[in-house]
Design a protein around this ligand. Structure first.
Ligand SMILES: CC(C)(COP(=O)(O)OP(=O)(O)OC[C@H]1O[C@@H](n2cnc3c(N)ncnc32)[C@H](O)[C@@H]1OP(=O)(O)O)[C@@H](O)C(=O)NCCC(=O)NCCS
Length: 169
């Protein structure tokens, strides 16, 4: 299958935080951010694969900074590595200062999608060739994260998670 770059799948979504989307502290509600990230990341996975994609797991979400009401939020998602039918997708979330326009990283997350055919059966996807330093780091760590996700889901025996175990010995 034809190799693809992470930049081939990139999806950038910019939107506002409106009153109906906040918690009682007037900060973006966590579930709203999860949904926005899922949307952007699923578009990236769909761009990479050319198939319908379903969210298989949310492996990591770091709510490092709250996002105040009225913020302009930019979500950038791209596929970091693929296996057979699954695609690890990294999501970076930025907020921008109203007057200077300077962007600050607020959150990040890692979602895994599976490409499926019209009947919902997994289908094979193209491999990823990372280009930048950060893309290479994310590519290298993806196998460990896949093993951790499968172990936590009860779909892999800890004994078989060799890459993951290597971190602890
Ligand atoms: C995700 C789904 C397609 C996996 O189907 P399955 O019958 O378990 O198929 P398989 O065991 O062959 O797994 C398919 C791929 O998913 C990966 N996968 C399954 N569960 C996973 C998890 N928890 N974490 C990471 N990867 C996972 C497998 O490793 C495999 O990857 P590979 O093909 O790259 O090796 C199926 O469970 C599903 O449709 N779930 C519902 C998805 C959904 O409704 N999402 C929310 C709405 S979009």
């Amino acid at each position: 299958m034809k190799e693809k770059y992470p930049s081939d799948s990139v999806c950038i979504m910019t939107d506002l935080v409106l009153p109906g989307e906040t918690n009682p502290l007037n900060q973006l509600f966590g579930g709203e951010l999860l949904a926005r990230m899922d949307r952007a990341a699923s578009i990236a996975a769909r761009r990479h694969s050319g198939y319908i994609v379903v969210t298989a797991s949310v492996n990591h979400v770091a709510f490092n900074r709250s996002i105040p009401l009225g913020s302009v939020v930019t979500i950038e998602a791209k596929v970091s590595r693929t296996f057979k039918s699954s695609m690890e997708t990294f999501i970076d979330v930025w907020i921008e200062d109203r007057s200077s326009g300077i962007r600050t990283k607020a959150n990040e997350a890692i979602y895994t999608f599976v490409a499926v055919d019209d009947s919902g059966s997994p289908v094979k996807v193209s491999p990823v060739v990372p280009q930048t330093e950060i893309e290479k780091q994310r590519f290298d760590g993806a196998l460990r994260r896949r093993q951790l996700s499968l172990v936590l889901a009860g779909k892999m025996k800890p004994h078989d998670a060799t890459e993951l175990k290597a971190l602890f010995v």
